[in-house]
Design a protein around this ligand. Structure first.
Ligand code: LLP
Length: 436
């Protein structure tokens, strides 16, 4: 998919660059991003909104993969940016991302983070709770600023891939509950705050969602509340942000619909509901993370040791693992992989791919068919672009891998591989207290 293909040498090529060359030039493990595919996904979202003639903002949820280079591509493609921490905001600013298109999220933004956002004049803050409203009132007064905000609401719908849980009584750490008066109180407080301007409302129902039902249900719940507000307090949100969560294909078990279809369903429902309510169609904002970068990322690993457990399993180990991709260990996430230096090899072996971290749970793939792999062969694991690098850790003091962007036959290093010096750079020696 994307720009991936098999070249004359029988190697996997991405963005016109041979992955075997990438591995030898930049080392392994290596995160490789197909930039053309990111652009294609970004344009797909934008074009769908344009086609339907509705005002919209597509904000990339940078938690999926935030680096300066990624933020630059997001800017080039004219998207907005969702950040959830001072660190993600700092990355956006370091990439010269237009501040007015930054949306700041989070359920426990600190005073320092909110001050940073307000001083830098980000486009809007998605307010999560009453504590945050109070903090924002203080800070906007201190800096004499007016900050546009959205209120994050909890519509009582949770989507987990194919399942929707309707929770009458909300149980989520995020947002103001729709049912029990919290949302109404939040609207009242924000409307009465001198430093805050209530732009609209937000909800996010989950991640890796494969059906449109949840988005329709959420839109309906928000509009039911909007009807109340319109009648009681004459408040009509100008922006309706429906979050992210559009599912992608990791393995053949996953059968997502094209992302344009989610967007179309959302647009239609918002149009229909707006007509019923006799209000102008609000601006529709969405926040895709995974669906913009997930399948654009591939991780290259070198194969190392092996262990045969008679009649049970063949373990083949690679030079990375849960430190560069926690998703299999944390969510039992499944992936597909190939031997990138022998794409035409038709031999077949049933193996399980083990990471190199010191715990049994550090397995990247269980029982997959691959050509017979030898030490120093190159394993390419697909669809690691979202929540891979961004959730990487230093467990076992493994340096974080490098990140390379490939496009039009060129490869560019966008995050350097960490060194052992990087690993200890914040360590401070303890004064020696034990007397010899
Ligand atoms: N907006 C909000 C408010 C969110 O909380 C999220 C994701 C997104 C947008 C983007 O969702 P996406 O389009 O990427 O599904 N670490 C997990 C996923 C956590 C998602 C958290 N929130 C994983 O690796 O599957």
């Amino acid at each position: 998919h994307g720009t991936s293909r098999i070249n004359k040498q029988g190697h996997l090529e991405i963005g016109g660059v041979d992955t075997v060359e990438l591995a030898s030039n930049f080392g392994t493990p290596l995160y490789v991003y197909d930039v053309a595919l990111i652009r294609q996904r970004a344009r797909g979202f934008k074009e769908t909104f344009e086609k339907h003639g509705v005002k919209a903002q597509v904000a990339y949820a940078s938690k999926a993969f935030s680096t300066i280079a990624m933020v630059q591509v997001v800017h080039e493609e004219g998207l907005s940016l969702d950040v959830v921490s001072g660190g993600e905001l700092y990355t956006a600013l370091a990439a010269d991302f237009p501040k007015e298109r930054i949306h700041f999220h989070g359920n426990n933004k600190s005073r320092a983070e909110l001050e940073m956002a307000i001083k830098e004049d980000v486009g809007c803050i998605v307010v999560d709770n009453f504590y945050e409203i109070a903090l924002l009132q203080e800070i906007t007064e201190q800096y004499q600023k007016k900050m546009p905000v959205l209120l994050r609401l909890t519509p009582g719908i949770e989507a987990h891939t194919h399942d929707y849980i309707l929770t009458g009584q909300e149980d989520s750490k995020f947002g103001f509950d729709l049912q029990n008066g919290q949302a109404d109180e939040a609207v009242r407080l924000v409307q009465n705050s001198k430093g805050l301007e209530l732009l609209g409302i937000h909800c996010h129902i989950g991640s890796q969602i494969f059906e449109t039902t949840g988005f329709i249900m959420a839109t309906q719940k928000l509009f039911a509340k909007m009807k109340e507000w319109k009648q009681r307090i004459e408040f009509v949100p100008q922006v309706l942000n429906l979050g992210g969560g559009f599912g992608i294909r990791y393995t053949e078990e996953d059968q997502p619909i094209p992302v344009s279809q989610y967007v179309e369903v959302i647009i239609e429902e918002v149009k229909k509901q707006s007509k019923q309510l006799e209000v102008e169609i609000p601006e529709i904002w969405i926040e895709p993370g995974r669906s913009l970068v997930g399948d654009a990322g591939t991780t290259l690993y070198s194969i190392g040791s092996r262990k045969h457990v008679p009649n049970v399993r063949e373990y083949v180990a690679i030079d990375g693992g849960m430190n560069d991709n926690i998703r299999p260990a944390l969510y039992q996430a499944k992936y597909e992989a190939v031997i990138a230096n022998r794409m035409n090899d038709e031999s077949d072996e049933l193996v399980s791919i083990a990471g190199k971290c010191c715990e049994s749970g550090d397995m990247l793939m269980w029982d997959v068919h691959l050509p017979k792999a030898n030490p120093d062969d190159l394993l390419a694991m697909f669809c690691t672009g979202a929540y891979g690098y961004s959730m990487a850790s230093h467990y076992n003091r493994l340096p974080k891998p490098a990140v390379v962007f490939v496009e039009d036959g060129e490869a560019q290093l966008v995050v350097k591989r960490e060194t052992y010096e990087d690993i200890v750079k914040n360590d401070v020696k303890y004064k020696v207290t034990v007397k010899k």
